[in-house]
Design a protein around this ligand. Sequence first.
Ligand SMILES: [Zn+2]
Length: 136
Amino acid sequence: MMSYSQLLKEAFKATRNSYAPYSRFRVGAALLTDEGEVVTGCNVENASYGLSNCAERTAVFRAVSMGRRRFKAIAVVSSKVNPVYPCGACRQVLREFNPGLTVVVADGRGRPLTTTLERMLPNSFGPESLRRKRGR
Ligand SMILES: [Zn+2]
């Protein structure tokens, strides 16, 4: 069973592959699947800045492309300042697959702090928002 400390370590490892020549802000994410697998991601910047992709979305897109869609938790860290929390775009992408996802970040000493996506993105829009509700 993967602990949140271990998941944080995997996220820290993922920062090594970060491609962040412009911001120098290296970010790593580690997504824990329901099956106990860990899928990591890093931020990937681009000379056309707006095309840069965050570590969290890299991890989600990588996991989905591997056929994984059920996630328990995600750990997010930067190589500079912690804690760092997912940006708004990543919160929405994570919400698609599990609105109750546990989000793990590192405190100043690298220890896990946990919260939930529900807290970070209240009253969110998701797949069920597209379905017609009975009586309307
Ligand atoms: Zn993001």
